[in-house]
Design a protein around this ligand. Structure first.
Ligand SMILES: C[S@@+](CC[C@H](N)C(=O)[O-])C[C@H]1O[C@@H](n2cnc3c(N)ncnc32)[C@H](O)[C@@H]1O
Length: 162
């Protein structure tokens, strides 16, 4: 079965819970402790063609999509489109002191989420959306911490909607 050798393991940690009715809407929580550095979720992404971006902006999907770098086949230049994470990647809320980092894998077209520190049972699992938010933050008073995805080839790429 040669096709299977190219398969991508889609990991979801067993402690992840989707919880509704939080001050941020739905969110992802840990029902038991998760050590730092654990891969908790791997999500395939739906990448929107650049030509769809204007239409996408007028929809709710825009609030759920990640900036995604794509290389133009003709010019070789990198442009930024949007990608929707299928799975819990679209359910992580934003926090300034995020406990989850993420890395885009352009080749496999997945986003991998990993805990940045030890997470206690009952804690919400949050990522950072970046500096430019389109909503009123519930936890606006908290101190910001660095992003985990600093290793990306395109440092400027974040979830934020500039
Ligand atoms: C990617 S969705 C996350 C899932 C969302 N909470 C839901 O119920 O579908 C992003 C939306 O969650 C909400 N959100 C995320 N982080 C938040 C925060 N720190 N404070 C307030 N609202 C937040 C905002 O409404 C934002 O547009």
């Amino acid at each position: 079965m040669p096709l299977l050798s190219h398969g991508i393991a889609l990991e979801r940690h067993q402690a992840l819970l989707l919880v509704s009715g939080t001050p941020k809407g739905r969110g992802v929580f840990a029902k038991s402790a998760i050590p730092a550095g654990t891969i908790i979720e791997t999500c395939p992404v739906l990448i929107f063609p650049l030509g769809d971006l204007e239409r996408l902006k007028a929809t709710l999907v825009d609030q759920y999509s990640y900036n995604w770098p794509v290389r133009d086949a003709v010019s070789g230049k990198v442009a930024v489109t949007q990608a929707l994470a299928l799975g819990l990647g679209s359910m992580f809320n934003h926090a300034r002191d995020q406990n989850v980092g993420f890395r885009r894998d352009g080749e496999k077209e997945v986003i991998v989420y990993r805990t940045l520190r030890d997470v206690q049972a009952g804690e919400e699992l949050c990522i950072s959306y970046g500096a430019h938010l389109w909503f009123e933050e519930v936890d606006a008073g908290r101190e910001e911490v660095g992003e985990w995805d600093e290793e990306l080839p395109l440092e400027a790429i974040r979830v934020d909607k500039d």
